[in-house]
Design a protein around this ligand. Structure first.
Ligand code: ADP
Length: 364
């Protein structure tokens, strides 16, 4: 298209810069004929027939078609040379402007038709789809269009309540000072993480990143098979590390995969540090990709055996410390619990890490 546009403008420059004016009237007519043919060739070469026809139907291209050889020749017949030149110049400018407008309109139609075709052919259910293309297309869509491709029902971020209504309920001696900047950044949500329409959800994955049970299985099921295709190219993940992929059929744009520690027996410093790394590195991964809202499940507290009543302190402390350092980088962190017992644990412990402005009493 760029080449053809420059050909067209070079041609216009040639005609209007006096080249043809030094020629005989016969030459001039021939040049005009050539220009007209060229103009029409450009349109038929660049646009698929159907698009050209639809343009003709709308009447946009009719003006180009009317600028035919006959029209140009007619305008010069029986007229003196100077008038012909002036008229030719004016006509050519009008044609140039018209052609530019039509070409631009056609280019826009062509581009939007391509996007529409790409969207219509998004197949999230087949491993034969190119995951990279699907991911790119989904991420480039507006919210309303992306919602058409969710493979589950969803809960919009605005409908996930901020936790600070309950902040003052428990009067405790907090482990951290009050920070008003964090008042609207924390949510405690009880339910399925795969429904959350947030920028990123964290997956409690295993080291292969190829899917498993628990929350990992639920995330892969909802995202569809392309998530595994992308994960397969990540070369696994070490305990405590985090890697990011697209969300595919999930309402979340991205999935951050982290591998929690496996606890057998008592929790030691090693397990505590690895669990802390899971939360910290997941948040780092999110902010470095520009994500503003992130939801965490209770990492390692299922099959991996980390006692939930100990894991809750690691989760809350790490998120609080991260937000102390990066409070402008994130709008919302959601603790997504699945079991009623975890909901109680988080509800009771949140005031120690994100205190409100009520009088406090000691936890100890
Ligand atoms: P891990 O192997 O790290 O222990 P699990 O998936 O076994 O991971 O459990 C981690 C936590 O995720 C548990 O608290 C479990 O109740 C919770 N969980 C399981 N399914 C979901 C889900 N769909 N949404 C949110 N949390 C879930």
């Amino acid at each position: 298209m760029a080449f053809q546009m420059s050909t067209l403008s070079a041609r216009i420059r040639l005609i209007t810069s006096g080249g043809p004016l030094s020629r005989s009237r016969g030459d001039f007519s021939n040049d005009s004929v050539g220009f007209s043919v060229k103009l029409r060739n450009i349109f038929s070469a660049t646009q698929p027939k159907r698009q050209v026809h639809s343009l003709f139907r709308t009447g946009i291209a009719e003006r180009v078609d009317n600028f035919s050889t006959a029209t140009v020749l007619k305008s010069f017949k029986g007229q003196n040379y100077g008038r012909a030149c002036r008229e030719k110049s004016g006509t050519v400018y009008r044609i140039a402007i018209g052609a530019f407008g039509v070409t631009t309109a056609v280019a826009c139609l062509h581009a939007s038709a391509q996007v529409a075709m790409a969207e219509a052919h998004l197949n999230l259910d087949s491993v034969k789809s190119n995951w990279n293309k699907v991911k790119e297309t989904l991420l480039s869509m507006g919210l309303e269009d992306r919602r058409k491709h969710y493979r589950s029902s969803f809960l919009a971020l605005k409908d996930i309540p901020v936790w600070n209504q309950e902040r003052g309920a428990a009067a405790v001696k907090p482990h951290f000072p009050r920070n008003e900047a964090l008042d609207n950044k924390i949510s405690l949500f009880s339910g399925d993480i795969t429904k959350l329409e947030v920028d990123g959800i964290v997956n409690a994955a295993n080291k292969t990143l190829l899917g498993g049970g628990g929350v990992d299985g639920a995330i892969h099921r909802t995202a569809g098979p392309l998530l595994k295709c992308e994960c397969a190219e990540l070369d696994g993940c070490d305990t405590g590390q985090a890697k990011i992929t697209g969300g595919y059929g999930l309402p979340a744009k991205y999935v951050i995969h982290t591998v929690g520690p496996i606890v057998m027996g008592a929790v030691g410093e090693e397990e505590r540090s690895r669990l802390r790394e899971c939360y910290w590195n997941s948040l780092d991964c999110a902010t470095s990709e520009g994500l503003r809202s992130v939801a965490f499940p209770c990492i390692s507290t299922g099959v991996y055996g980390y006692p939930p009543e100990q894991a809750v302190d690691v989760a809350l402390k790490t998120v609080r410390e991260y937000l102390n350092d990066h409070d402008h980088s994130l709008d919302r962190v959601i603790f997504c619990v699945f079991l009623p017992s975890d909901y109680e644990l988080y509800k009771n412990n949140l005031p120690y890490y994100f205190p409100g402005d009520v009088p406090v009493k000691s936890k100890l």
